[in-house]
Design a protein around this ligand. Structure first.
Ligand SMILES: N[C@@H](CCC(=O)N[C@@H](CS)C(=O)NCC(=O)O)C(=O)O
Length: 203
């Protein structure tokens, strides 16, 4: 049985969205986004840094959202969410899948830290300005990508949407997607229309 250790408003929504999209049976362990729960001895046994998401699958425990999404797709996919190696979409799938944690999330983490997490007297406006600048540079090519595709790598949903699509949704919530990035706004509307996505962001 799959068990997801989950916090609201976090990357764990990516995994919940996928479980819902594939209609897989799972149980949810909702954790408060607070050190008292995340850094508890119990949760550190699942994740050495006390972070989410963490997935348990019988005797397997796995962290890193990208690894978890890939694991579920490789093991339980019933919707062809990852193109085959022989598909022309395969290189693009890998590239944009890793672009999420590699290029978009590092500046977005800094934006979150300097707007929401640090106490006001420790927030640095210059660090925030640089991070927002880097984030908008990282996001711009995705608007271009979405001028050709309905979902991120083509006409149907894929693993990339659960990773990078979720990051775009979060970036928009932070006010980091400017109005002129119309393709991204159209895409976020599309995600919002999916029942599986709604379940994940409202849990
Ligand atoms: N690269 C990791 C990042 C995990 C991560 O930083 N998760 C955040 C929530 S989005 C967290 O648990 N933060 C708690 C903390 O920093 O104490 C992944 O993709 O799973």
């Amino acid at each position: 049985m799959l068990k997801l250790h989950f916090c609201s408003n976090s990357r764990s929504q990516r995994v919940l969205w996928l479980l819902e999209e594939l209609k897989l049976p799972y149980t949810l362990n909702k954790i408060k986004f607070h050190p008292s729960e995340l850094k508890s001895e119990e949760h550190r046994k699942r994740h050495p840094l006390g972070r989410v998401p963490v997935l348990e699958d019988d005797n397997i425990t796995l962290f890193e959202s990208g690894a978890i999404i890939d694991y579920i797709i490789e093991k339980y996919d019933n919707k062809e969410l990852k193109p085959k190696v022989s598909s022309s979409l395969f290189p693009s799938y890998l590239q944009w899948y890793h672009y999420c944690e590699g290029m978009v999330m590092p500046p977005m983490n800094t934006v979150v830290v300097h707007t929401l997490i640090l106490p006001e007297d420790r927030r640095d406006p210059e660090v925030l300005r640089q991070a927002k600048n880097l984030l908008s540079k990282a996001i711009a090519p995705i608007n271009e990508l979405l001028s050709q595709n309905k979902f991120l790598i083509g006409e149907k949903i894929s693993g990339v949407d659960f990773m990078l699509g979720h990051s775009l949704y979060m970036a928009n919530k932070l006010g980091c997607i400017s109005e002129e990035l119309a393709n991204i706004h159209r895409y976020i509307q599309l995600l919002n229309s999916l029942e599986s996505f709604q379940k994940a962001i409202n849990a």
